[in-house]
Design a protein around this ligand. Sequence first.
Ligand code: FES
Ligand code: FES
Length: 167
Amino acid sequence: MQLKVNGSAHALDVDIRTSLLDALRDHLGLTGSKKGCDHGQCGACTVLVNGRRINSCLTLAVMHEDDEIVTIEGLGQPGNLHPMQQSFLEHDGFQCGYCTPGQITSAVGMLEEHRAGWPSHASQALDGAQELTDAEISERMSGNICRCSCYPNIVDAIRDAAGKVRP
Ligand code: FES
Ligand code: FES
């Protein structure tokens, strides 16, 4: 099979039961995406698939032959950081860093959902533009757990980056 990751096509020979996360980490060496729980509870494995954030531990690699996959390695690199990566640095939005690739990738996907007008549980209305309040950010990022509890700084980083992230 073939996977297109961060703009490059990769030929893979994987068991059909291989999760996308394991394909990325163990077969392609893209270890930025982390395995926290391996069952959809922590968000450490979040990647973008066709621009939408998903838990890569909960989906099979063979389901994504025709998809565009972006991992933390594809968002930006040292010297050319994505605005969300830069903002996490500036706001100290991490401690151990284990959850950080998932937090950043999820935040990028979350801003797209917000721009598209998708409501969250914290939204005051079900349609129309929603102000990106701290409550909105927290609710929309609630699938990403940080055991170091860096949540205040993570919210600061996302709020600051929201106006800078390219649509
Ligand atoms: S490793 Fe995928 S949600 Fe925790
Ligand atoms: S920075 Fe340690 S788990 Fe989030």
